[in-house]
Design a protein around this ligand. Structure first.
Ligand SMILES: Nc1ncnc2c1ncn2[C@@H]1O[C@H](COP(=O)(O)OP(=O)(O)OP(=O)(O)O)[C@@H](O)[C@H]1O
Ligand SMILES: [Mg+2]
Length: 256
């Protein structure tokens, strides 16, 4: 894997980052459900809340973790100690929670971010899959952490602002890592045709202007069960195992 400016980050095959550019497209829900689907396939999986601004995986899952990433950043605990193990949560995967609204996390200096990326890579070696949920936007913290992983899944919707923000993310990520493995997930599609059209738009603009061709990992239908499961603070695949969106994510987990 090419690492264009010689940063010390190591690329990890089993570290998968979920990003988007635009906020609110379903990254956190998708990262959580993907992790759950992988664990149901017998994989040892870790869900890592790397949203340094508005972390909320624990809210979506109804967890009350003893530790979070904020304590790791302030050197109170080691990264491993921040793991909320599946044996305690009753989930089928481990979780590291972020710390919502923490200025300390959001303003981490670049060397600390690179160090955090390296520590995440080390931790990922103990799992079949580690899924990183990144924050929205294209700030330094987001872009630096995105470089820690081998594979980046960019979640988009058919909304034009989602496409432009996702393009901005892909462009910056590609500039820093010109060998990037970028795959697209279209979320909240009214149907598979709408999802495919949205994917083709982003693929075309990447081909024309960046000379890269992201691939389609999957299309997830808009499904009211998603919001209902989040409101119940339960994983979708536990609350509504037969839901359409859940089935879409199971298919994506198979393809990974
Ligand atoms: N497939 C779907 N069908 C219907 N609603 C969905 C779907 N995916 C996500 N949502 C809705 O979108 C909302 C936002 O999801 P989520 O918090 O995962 O987005 P996000 O990209 O992580 O946001 P942020 O950028 O703020 O971190 C959720 O509350 C959920 O109700
Ligand atoms: Mg989120």
């Amino acid at each position: 894997m090419n690492n264009s400016d010689n940063s010390p980050l190591e690329f990890e095959q089993n570290l998968v980052t979920v990003a988007s550019g635009k906020g609110g497209v379903g990254k956190t829900w998708f990262a959580t459900t993907l992790c759950h689907a992988l664990s149901q396939r017998g994989k040892k999986a870790l869900l890592f809340d790397c949203d340094f601004g508005l972390a909320n995986i624990d809210i979506q899952l109804g967890l009350i973790p003893e530790h979070d990433l904020g304590q790791v950043i302030s050197n109170e605990i080691a990264l491993e100690q921040a793991i909320y193990p599946k044996s305690k949560s009753g989930l089928s995967f481990d979780v590291i929670s972020g710390q919502s609204g923490s200025g300390a996390l959001a303003s981490l200096k670049i060397d600390r971010l690179i160090d955090m990326g390296a520590r995440i890579c080390n931790l990922a070696q103990h799992y079949d899959y580690t899924i990183l949920d990144l924050g929205a936007g294209v700030e330094n913290s987001v872009m630096t952490l995105a470089r820690a992983s081998d594979k980046v899944i960019v979640v988009i919707t058919a909304d034009p602002t989602s496409l432009t923000d996702a393009y901005a993310f892909i462009k910056l990520h590609n500039m820093r890592n010109n060998d990037a493995d970028i795959e697209i997930v279209v979320n909240m599609a009214e149907d598979q045709n709408e999802g495919r059209r949205a994917f083709e738009k982003i693929q075309k603009v990447c081909q024309n202007f960046l000379n890269i061709s992201p691939t389609l990992l999957g299309i997830i239908n808009r499904d009211k069960h998603v919001a209902n499961a989040i409101r119940a603070q339960l994983p979708l695949l536990s609350r509504y195992p037969q839901s359409i969106a859940g089935g879409n994510v199971i298919e994506i987990a198979k393809k990974l």
